[in-house]
Write a protein that binds this ligand. Structure first.
Ligand code: BGC
Length: 374
C-alpha cells in the first residue's frame, strides 16, 4: 500500500515537475518565430538543469533564474529543461532519464544523493551526453565533465571559526555546543562537517570546547533540525552556549526550537546561504552569522560550461581538479565569505544579493537602522 502510494506520489511529482519544466523551458527559450507561423525550435540545443530541493530558498530564487538568464543570453535558441527533485533521489533519476529521452545534450546536475547520482552520469555518458556536477559533486562516475562549486571545506571552517571567535569574545570558558550538520547523502555536507571539525576537534582535545550533541539532518530539512535541537535542549537542560548549524534552513530550525524552549538571549548560531530570512535574523540578533556564497557567478559559470559543451568545446576556466573516487574532475571552486551584522552591507547588499527594501521590510526596519543599513 505504502509502496503504491509512494509510486503514485512519484508519478504525481513527475507530472508536476513536467509542468514546471515546461514553464521553465518556455521562459528560457523565447526565440523569435520565423514568420511562417511555425513553432520555435531549439534545433536540438537542449540543456537540462536539475536542482535538489525546494525547501532551501537559493535554488528557485537564485540558481535557477541566474542559470536560465545566462543560457538565454549565450544561446537564445537553446531550450532549458528544468527540474527540482524535492529532495527525492529516485525522482531525480526519473527526471534525468526523461530529459535524456527528450533530447537533452548536456546535463547540469545538483544531485540529491551524490553517490546515487553516479547512475545518472553513467547513463548520460553511455549516450555521449556530458554532465556538469553543479554545487555538489557526483561521486564514483567517469561521466562527469566538470564540477562547479565553492570551496566547501572552507565553508565549514568559516562557520566554526566565527562561532569559536564569538564564544571567545563572550568570555565563555569551555563552551558547550550542538552541531547540526547537513544531509548525509550530500557530499557538500560531508565537506562542511569536515571543515568544522578541523576547527573544533583540537579545542575539544585541549578541553576548551564540548560538543554535547551532534546530528546529521536528513534532506537538510529545517523541521528535522528543529526536532533535533529540541532533543538536544532536553538532554542538556537548555544549557547551550552555541549552535553550529550547517545552513540557514537548519539554523532557522534550531532557532525556532530555542525560542520555543524559552531561551533568551539566544546563543550564537551559524548558517550558510545568506537567505533573506537569515539576513533578517542576523540583523535582528537571532542568528550570529551566515556564509555568503555568490550564486550568480556559480550559476553563470555553469551556463557557460554547459554552452561550451553543447558546442563541443572545452574551457580553460576549470583550473582546479577534484577527485570523485573515479576520476579527477576539472573544477571551478569559488570563494565563500563569512557574514555577520558587521559586514552585511559590504557583501550581500553591495552585490545586491538582496535589496535593502526586501531586507528592511516591515518589522526589520529598526534593525536595519540600528545596523546603519538604511
Ligand atoms: C548547498 C547549500 C545548501 C544545502 C541544502 C548544499 O549542497 O551547498 O548551499 O544550503 O545544500 O540545500
Amino acid at each position: 500500500m505504502n509502496v503504491r502510494r509512494s509510486a503514485f506520489t512519484s508519478l504525481l511529482l513527475i507530472l508536476i515537475s513536467g509542468v514546471i519544466a515546461a514553464c521553465g523551458s518556455e521562459s528560457a527559450t523565447t526565440a523569435p518565430t520565423t514568420g511562417t507561423g511555425g513553432t520555435t525550435s531549439s534545433g536540438g540545443k537542449v540543456v537540462a538543469l536539475f536542482l535538489p530541493d525546494a525547501k532551501t530558498a537559493r535554488y528557485e530564487t537564485a540558481d535557477r533564474p541566474y542559470f536560465e538568464a545566462k543560457m538565454k543570453e549565450l544561446c537564445p535558441d537553446c531550450q532549458v529543461i528544468y527540474n527540482n527533485a524535492n529532495q527525492d533521489a529516485s525522482l531525480q533519476l526519473q527526471q534525468a532519464e526523461a530529459a535524456l529521452t527528450n533530447g537533452a545534450k548536456v546535463l547540469v546536475l545538483d544531485p540529491v544523493d551524490s553517490a546515487a547520482a553516479a547512475s545518472i552520469a553513467d547513463k548520460a555518458k553511455a549516450q555521449n551526453v556530458p554532465v556538469i556536477a553543479y554545487d555538489r559533486l557526483i561521486l564514483n562516475s567517469d561521466g562527469v565533465s566538470y564540477y562547479i562549486s565553492f570551496d566547501n571545506e572552507s565553508v565549514g571552517k568559516l562557520q566554526a571559526e566565527s562561532l569559536v571567535a564569538q564564544l571567545d569574545k563572550q568570555g565563555i570558558a569551555n563552551p558547550t555546543i550542538v552541531m547540526i550538520n547537513g544531509s548525509p547523502t550530500d557530499n557538500n555536507a560531508k565537506l562542511f562537517k569536515a571543515g568544522a571539525h578541523s576547527v573544533f576537534d583540537p579545542l575539544v582535545s585541549a578541553g576548551k570546547l564540548t560538543i554535547a550533541n551532534e546530528y546529521d539532518t536528513p534532506d537538510w530539512s529545517p523541521d528535522k533540525a528543529q526536532d533535533q535541537m529540541q532533543q538536544a535542549l532536553t538532554s542538556m537542560g537548555n544549557k547551550v552556549d552555541g549552535v553550529y548549524a550547517a545552513n540557514d534552513g537548519t539554523g532557522g530550525g534550531a532557532i525556532a526550537a530555542m525560542k520555543a524552549g524559552g531561551l533568551s538571549p539566544l546563543p550564537p548560531v551559524t548558517g550558510q546561504d545568506a537567505e533573506l530570512a537569515a539576513v533578517q535574523r542576523i540583523l535582528a540578533g537571532d542568528q550570529y552569522m551566515t556564509v555568503y556564497k555568490a550564486i550568480k557567478p556559480e550559476a553563470e559559470a555553469a551556463a557557460e560550461l554547459a554552452f561550451a559543451l553543447l558546442e563541443g568545446k572545452t574551457t580553460d576556466k576549470a583550473t582546479s581538479k577534484v577527485n570523485n573516487g573515479k576520476i579527477d574532475v576539472p573544477s571551478i571552486l569559488l570563494t565563500p565569505i563569512a557574514v555577520t551584522k558587521e559586514n552585511v552591507k559590504d557583501t550581500i547588499i553591495k552585490d545586491q544579493f538582496h535589496k535593502v527594501d526586501q531586507i528592511c521590510a516591515g518589522d526589520f526596519a529598526k534593525a536595519c537602522t540600528d545596523a546603519g543599513i538604511q
